[in-house]
Ligand binder design. Sequence first.
Ligand code: SF4
Ligand code: SF4
Ligand code: SF4
Ligand code: FES
Length: 754
Amino acid sequence: MADRVNITVDGRQLAVEAGTLLIDACRGAGIEVPSFCYYPGLSLQAACRMCLVEIEKTPKLQTACTVPVMEGMVVRTTAPGVKDARRGMLELLLGNHPLDCPVCDKGGECELQDMVFRYGAAESRFAEEKRHIEEQQWSPVVYFDAPRCILCYRCVRVCDEGMGVGALRVVNRGARSEITPNHGDHLDCEECGMCIDICPVGALTSGAYRYKARPWEIQYVSTPCAHCGDGCKTTLSVRGNKILRGNNRDHSGVNGEFLCIKGRYAYDYIEHPERVKHPLIRKGTQWAEATWDEAFGYIAARWKAILAQSGAAEEVTQEAFGVIGSNHTTNEENYLLQKFARTVLRTNHIDHHRTADFPALMAALANQAETPLARANDLGQASAILLVGNNLTDQHPMLAWKIREACRLRGARLYVVNSRRIPLIQQSHQFLPVPAGGEPAVIAWLWGDTEAERALTSQTPGGEAVTRERLQAFRDSLQAEQSVVIVFGAEIAGEAVPALVRLGEKLAGRTRYIALADYSNSRGAADMGLLPHLLPGYRPVGDTGARALFEQSWKCSIPALPGWSREEMVGGVRDGKLSALYVVGANPLKGQDPAEYRGRSFLVAQDLFLHETAEAADVFLPAASAYEKSGTVTNTCGELQRLRKAMDVPGTRTDLDILSRLAGAMGSTGFLTRTEEILEEICRVVPGYQIPLAQILAGGAEATLTPGRAAGLAKDGAAKIESANDTLFTSGTMGRYSRILGLVPERETRKAAE
Ligand code: SF4
Ligand code: SF4
Ligand code: SF4
Ligand code: FES
């Protein structure tokens, strides 16, 4: 246990860990010490002097944010001199402050306003004219009003230390000091809005939210972000039936402080004018609006006819139906979709866009005793992080933030293996550049395959040579680490995954893993069995025992032969081999000409927008977005979180509702229709989901388990594992329809991956 020291604050005896800052010691005991510039996790600035306290035997007031506790320290936080100092500092801060609280965007949630109410400075001795500077727009989302700035430097530090971007700095000195962006009058940055969030006053405001609402008009709905696989909790500010703002107000999610541009602003795709709000049935080359009953009846009639043609109910209708699911729909919807495919449409042709090889990872970890999957916060506890492939800054911004934090605050060492010069190299302890696609060869070499060396010493990014000495130094340093989290992208798939796990087993201490999947419920899609060869919980569909487990629960038989992959199903439509394809929340024809697929098989698409796949379809069903429904999602680290509904879009239905009704139209009974009931079933029957739900229902996150040591966990060597390589400013189909993502100029300068 860490050494403790005894201090007295306002007459109270406190025993505090040695080295703790006095401000934290006081706050930990519920004793208020005001501050502006102090911010946990950022470097000390000592700029605002709001935290002054009296410490016995020191001649002057001291800043509690810079003084560590010492044995026997006697502190007074409410002495008359302290109160005078606070009042004086506020008077100074207000000297040039515009006092426009009634029209300021921060009014009602401003730290300066709160401090003035609490500590005074009702009158000012400054009679001079205030120095006015026009408000500046630094980017579509960042506005700066210099006179409101109190020069706490939080924005500068969060951008520099937290984001690793360093787009803000201070120019001039004294009363003329001013925050300025990196390109003179505008920003070129990640547009994350972290500087806006952290600004204690209304100096930095959001282009997406300003002047839209007052805090007291708002209802707050905390729900996971709908974009990448990191699962950040976003607090949505909702008024009426409209989302006005996203931030991370309560810091309660796995992301803590952090949100990237997508989580903060890119919920706006849901209100794009091209959002479809009626079912559509194709009549020739045109769409005709239909009622939901007409659409369900039409689909069911076509599907029943195909089923009738395809043989006896117990036979696998391999060439009849295909189903492609989503990386964004909830666990409950995914679970129901694969159950629907297997029991109603009688097919194992079910898949989704796979961006991480979870099946191979689960198979490779099946024999490990301790839970070897890392949670997001485990990155902060490890002595080292081995990052293989992926560009986290673009594709997993929150995990990149956690890694920077681990390196900065706890001295974790980052080892990077990549064929690109990714931004996280700045934080790395060692970087091993490899030729494109060379990541598996590094793993093989580190594991002891000397043959792999030849593949590594060819071209590398920027012409850097990987010598044997460099490989050895990398390996020796890594092997000396006591606890490593291995984070890997789609570059490591198939046979490379067990090789990586074998390497992990060779490392000293405990090794844990994070497989990086692209989207908000990519992990849940795999866990729930949107896979042609695996049932929920990665149980092989060809395994009689595994099938029996689910058949018992579903009271229905399951076809035994593994089905087709997503790519095979798309080929099946093109070649006319598949009679019907049902695509839920996905666009497998992205970038292709819909006309080449139209009319070849009966295609039903269910989504928000008429993307390429929808344009090839016979029926389109307009679905609700992640912000318009409840359920659960599982982030790429396997943390289960609850999705909370923020609003409705009339005319749409949740995927769960649509599925239940389609099941009914097909004459199927026994399909659960309530999210809670389906979640209960998942927790009962899906290996890995036997976890307590109290934390999730209360808005927290709970780690799912590895599916266990069951015999027959299968890996799928033929699977196509491919990341969409989204940038910070793209997000698959949703990114195309986000106004904010379309507005920021950085989208063009960082190659879009749509
Ligand atoms: S938006 Fe983000 S990256 Fe840009 S200046 Fe603010 S903190 Fe820095
Ligand atoms: S803009 Fe806001 S966060 Fe930045 S220094 Fe000024 S008051 Fe502090
Ligand atoms: S890091 Fe990912 S989950 Fe978090 S806010 Fe950004 S897109 Fe959303
Ligand atoms: S909080 Fe201590 S000087 Fe600003």
